[in-house]
Design a binder for this molecule. Sequence first.
Ligand SMILES: NC(=O)c1ccc[n+]([C@@H]2O[C@H](COP(=O)([O-])OP(=O)(O)OC[C@H]3O[C@@H](n4cnc5c(N)ncnc54)[C@H](OP(=O)(O)O)[C@@H]3O)[C@@H](O)[C@H]2O)c1
Length: 296
Amino acid sequence: MLVTGGSGMLGRDVVTEFARRGWTVASPGHTDLDVVFRPHLEALAQGGYGQYDWVVNCAAYTAVDRAEEEFMAATLLNGVAPGSLGFACHQNGWRFLHVGTDFVFDGEAGPYEEGALPNPVQAYGRTKLMGEDHAFQFCPDAVVARTSWLYGAHGKSFPRTLVEAARAGKALRVVADQTGTPTSTVDLARTLADLVAASAPGGVYHTAGPEPMTWHALAVRAIRADRRAQGLTDEPSVEPITTADWPTPARRPRDSALVSTKLGALGVAPMRPVDESLDEFVARLSAVPPATGGLA
Ligand SMILES: NC(=O)c1ccc[n+]([C@@H]2O[C@H](COP(=O)([O-])OP(=O)(O)OC[C@H]3O[C@@H](n4cnc5c(N)ncnc54)[C@H](OP(=O)(O)O)[C@@H]3O)[C@@H](O)[C@H]2O)c1
């Protein structure tokens, strides 16, 4: 296995899960295998980085708001690199698993099954949709695993920011009119490993948590999990606000929840209930240093 973006929030848990399954995993860092640097891509395609059964692409430009201004950087990483990696895979007879996003949808008709028509409404989603298209153009049996609202112990995420703010006693206001499917990186790593183990046929798969909810509901559930872990039972106080109350540079979909219709047929189990994943998440958060910066 070759995992790109192995130092990222999802990539770290993917590398751990693959190793746990006894698979040999190579995960060169950004500077050793830069997925937008032509000499590295040529070397990869020529087998200079080794031979693999699968290449799993967790590298991405994930700063949704900044992508509005840094469209070129986001396009190279999210739009072009999946084509280059897919090409290398196809040349060598490797399978390609690429991670996609719910932000390819406009959010007007969620929840979305795999066959729904994408229509991204911000730069990030457009670059990610381009990446899906390029992956399939250069590697027809690519697997694109779209996911949604990730949280993990090794990166910035909305639940992390909210739990840390609640721990610091800050007043919290959270958008209550956008819906998605919060997904633990540990659970997603298991599902991606299951797709690999099942030799999933090429195509798009929706791989997200089992419960659609709003950012506000997610904030309450995450803080509740944190309080539970400390033996506290008082209800979190989080003021619900609207999208109009919290303007952002990039437009967000109103409901981009993902529904999977294809995993069952491959014998891939649905992810755990969100509260179970959040209990594990807050326990892991306490074991790693606080995140720096704002929301991802
Ligand atoms: N986060 C979410 O809420 C969310 C939601 C839906 C879908 N997704 C998708 O899930 C995937 C993983 O997201 P994530 O949140 O885990 O991302 P992340 O934490 O931002 O990690 C991105 C990774 O990409 C690496 N990277 C950046 N530029 C690179 C380059 N030129 N060459 C090689 N590696 C490079 C980074 O390494 P350095 O740090 O060393 O640069 C880092 O390891 C992405 O495809 C994302 O679009 C995320």
